[in-house]
Design a protein around this ligand. Structure first.
Ligand code: NAI
Length: 250
């Protein structure tokens, strides 16, 4: 029970890494707001979780939000704090890809990814952080990517957003650290979720061959890293980017 009594917001919680994180945080005793714009997947996932073991304690709620809309994010944070009474942890996990080579990338593709993956992280943190600062304690975890460090062909928009997240993480670690709030990022490598399932089989095999551990990561591999950064075990970790990539980046 490493998160007993804690309240967490997990964005992009309806599938993939986010859903694995919701489940893990519930198992560790947190009350969790699963935030996602996919209402159907979110409600289904919450029903499933409630049917397992989390229903009676009213431990989990779903909130439909597009993280790219500042005013919706602000009301989502208020809803969660009203319902659960406090806020201890924010996991900025929601993200999308819209890949194209630079020559073909449309302005729509550029803005869509920046809106969700960069602006969304800013909005969620802007509205969640004051609740943590007020109590002098909190944990903010941002989801970057190894491509935010090294770049990736076809991902100008995504790499820019994920690199921006590293800059924001370090800035907030300095701005909020002395107020009791730790801010860190996780940089996943290739993780087996809907995001990577969209890639051709031969590309996935090539990616896997580049990983020293010779496998894709699982959503749980990333959820465990989020858990560490959300728990008391990481109280002296601030402003770091934790690469969870099977050694891909070395
Ligand atoms: P996923 O596609 O399985 O899940 C993303 C979730 O975010 C979905 O439930 C989706 O509905 C939600 N979402 C998307 N846009 C949203 C918005 N505007 N507002 C609210 N919710 C929104 O993706 P996955 O793989 O679980 O990714 C989670 C995070 O990990 C993302 O930030 C992604 O960029 C990052 N990541 C994933 C990697 C991978 O290999 N799968 C590698 C590196 C980073």
């Amino acid at each position: 029970m490493r998160l007993a009594g804690k309240v967490a917001i997990i964005t992009g919680g309806a599938s993939g890494i986010g859903l694995a994180t919701v489940r893990l945080f519930l198992l560790e005793g947190a009350r969790v707001a699963m935030v996602d714009y996919n209402e159907e997947a979110g409600l289904q996932a919450v029903e499933q979780l409630k049917s397992e073991q989390f229903g009676e304690q009213d431990q989990v709620m779903f909130v439909k939000v597009n993280v790219a809309e500042a005013s919706s994010v602000e009301s989502m944070v208020n809803t969660v704090v009203e319902r659960f009474g406090t806020l201890d942890i924010l996991v900025n996990n929601a993200g999308i890809t819209k890949d194209s080579m630079l020559s073909k990338m449309t302005l729509e593709q550029w803005h869509a990814v920046i809106d969700v993956n960069l602006n969304g992280v800013f909005y969620c943190t802007k509205y969640a952080a004051p609740h943590m600062v007020q109590k002098g304690k909190g944990k903010i975890i941002n989801t970057s990517s190894i491509v935010g460090v090294s770049g990736n062909i076809g991902q100008t928009n995504y790499s820019a957003a994920k690199a921006g997240i590293i800059g924001m993480t370090k800035t907030w670690a300095k701005e909020l650290g002395f107020k009791g709030v730790n801010v860190n990022a996780v940089a996943p490598g290739f993780i087996a979720t809907g995001m990577t399932a969209a890639m051709p089989e031969n590309v996935l095999e090539q990616m896997q061959a580049k990983v020293p551990l010779r496998r894709l990561g699982s959503p749980l591999d990333i959820a465990q890293a989020y858990l560490f950064l959300a728990s008391e075990e990481s109280n002296y970790v601030n402003g770091t980017v934790l690469e969870v990539d099977g050694g891909l980046a070395i």
